[in-house]
Design a protein around this ligand. Structure first.
Ligand code: NAP
Length: 458
């Protein structure tokens, strides 16, 4: 894939970029490695001051950054600006909390291990490679970079090839904020050139957010190098609605949960699993509200649904819907490619999904919702858990026993009750099954790329 900004709303190539040469990549790895030697000796207070300065820069530049995001990947402008502000909040969170999260711990009874003192400390590990997707081009990167740099690690970013302007912006953000030169560096390279970086002895670990094939590929290289890796991969999150729920509210939230960011969120609700007693009410209202979403130019403040980020992504979604319709699924609304420039897809709701359909088996990365009718909570749970994914989930019920049944029973990294899944700096984020390994955010996120060192003294 060319490293280029191609505006998804027009299909026009805005700017192309040359990939870094092997020598340039080597220089950048060397810079990150050298900066690690410096950064690991700085204090939490110094790093926190720089991290807060990076947040200040993001906030000051929010309008330009919002526009950059919208032009590179099509997110409606209000959401794009909100992403920038969320990044600033995330950086400030780690500036404020990193020292507490990484505080040494002492064993209360050191004599039990024949020591005068014994405990653990968290040390940084060095250069960490981040392979990142385009769907939240700043947030995905900064939710890694904030904790990694606060821990004293340095970072190398291989960003998605369709968001090079975001990648270049991030290349200088931390240096502008005061971090040592090289503390965070972008590598402008295609996916095919990630392997030698992962195998470079100066690179100690990696994190990848993206598709399952990309995750499997990088994890196998990390495995052969015995290097730690965190994977945040795809999802096909269930959104379960039971009769005791507030149905009108569930519908409103369902519309947002499926369609925000043009439906291209790993934690978007994708499969709506609805009890038969409220199925007709839910699906009719849901389809009406989805049909009313405003599709248009993502730079227009009134737009709710912009284009898909890439032509291939739009084509794949179209094929998934065609596959379902060809096998008998019913389209309640949408299911068409609008007659306009750019890679738009009409927000869609389908029912009558059967186990052989691609939409049942695969992630739908765009504004396409499937609604399942179930007879009881056991069938709801079986469908919820009946995919290879396990990222997050939502359950709508006002019955305490039912709530407990789903919270315990769902195989996913998160369960959100009477709401939609969202990521917060304060809460761990990640999946089980093919949705990934490891966690980002909260205390656990900063500890992923630390050496948990045992210190024992006679
Ligand atoms: P993708 O193709 O896997 O791309 C993600 C990143 O991986 C890009 O930088 C890409 O580079 C790189 N890449 C692709 N193949 C690679 C390989 N074999 N080795 C090393 N790097 C490789 O993902 P996408 O389709 O653009 O993004 C959407 C996917 O990401 C969805 O499945 C979504 O659910 C998932 N996602 C997950 C989370 C989460 O937190 N769990 C968050 C957001 C998105 P190029 O661009 O150069 O190909």
């Amino acid at each position: 894939m060319a490293i280029a900004t191609i505006n998804p709303a027009t299909g026009k190539t805005e700017q192309e970029f040359e990939a870094h040469t092997d020598a340039e990549v080597d220089e950048r790895i060397a810079a990150a490695h050298a900066a690690y030697g410096e950064l690991r000796r700085t204090t939490f207070a110094e790093r926190a001051a720089w991290m807060n300065a990076a947040a200040d820069i993001l906030e000051a530049e929010v309008d330009d950054l919002g526009r950059m995001i919208t032009i590179e990947m099509g997110r409606p402008i209000a959401g794009a600006r909100a992403e920038v502000l969320k990044c600033a909040k995330g950086l400030r969170y780690y500036a404020a909390n990193a020292e507490t999260f990484l505080a040494p711990e002492q064993l209360a009874d050191p004599a039990s291990v024949n020591a005068s003192t014994a405990g653990t400390r968290y040390d940084p590990i060095g250069v960490v490679l981040a392979v990142m997707p385009w769907n939240y081009p700043l947030w995905q990167v900064l939710r890694f970079a904030g904790p990694a740099l606060m821990a004293g690690n340095t970072g190398l970013l291989k960003h998605a090839s369709n968001v090079p302007q975001a990648a270049i912006y991030l290349d200088t953000l931390f240096e502008r904020a005061g971090f040592p030169t090289g503390a965070f560096r972008t590598l402008l390279i295609p996916a095919a050139r990630v392997e030698p970086v992962m195998r470079d002895p100066r690179v100690k670990a990696a994190t990848l957010t993206g598709s399952e094939p990309a995750g499997r590929s990088l994890a196998s290289i990390a495995g052969s190098e015995v290097k730690h890796i965190v994977l945040e991969l795809g999802g096909s999150d269930p959104f379960i609605v039971m009769p005791s729920a507030d149905i009108a509210k569930a519908v409103d939230v369902a519309v947002t949960a499926r369609n925000q960011n043009n439906g291209q969120s790993c934690i978007a609700a994708k499969r709506f699993i609805v009890h038969a007693d409220v199925f007709d009410e839910f699906s009719t209202l849901f389809a009406q509200k989805v049909a009313a979403l405003v599709v248009g130019d993502p730079l227009d403040e009134a737009t709710q649904i912009g284009p898909l980020a890439t032509e291939s992504g739009r084509d794949e979604l179209e094929e998934q819907v065609a596959n379902a319709v060809g096998q008998g699924a019913t389209v309640l609304t949408g299911g068409t490619v609008p007659d306009r420039d750019g890679w738009f897809y009409t927000p869609t709701v389908l029912t009558g999904i059967t186990p052989d359909m691609r939409l049942h088996l695969e992630e739908a990365f765009g504004p396409v919702a499937t609604v399942y009718r179930v007879a009881d909570r056991d069938e709801a749970l079986a469908i919820a858990n009946g995919t290879t994914f396990g990222l997050s989930s939502a359950v709508w019920t006002n019955d305490a026993d039912e709530e407990d049944f789903f919270v315990r029973g769902i195989d996913a990294g998160g369960v959100f009750v009477n709401g939609m899944t969202a990521s917060f700096p304060e809460l761990p984020f990640g999946g089980v099954k093919d949705s990934g390994v490891g966690r980002e955010l909260a205390a656990v996120g900063i500890r992923e790329f630390c050496n948990l060192k045992t210190v024992w003294k006679a």
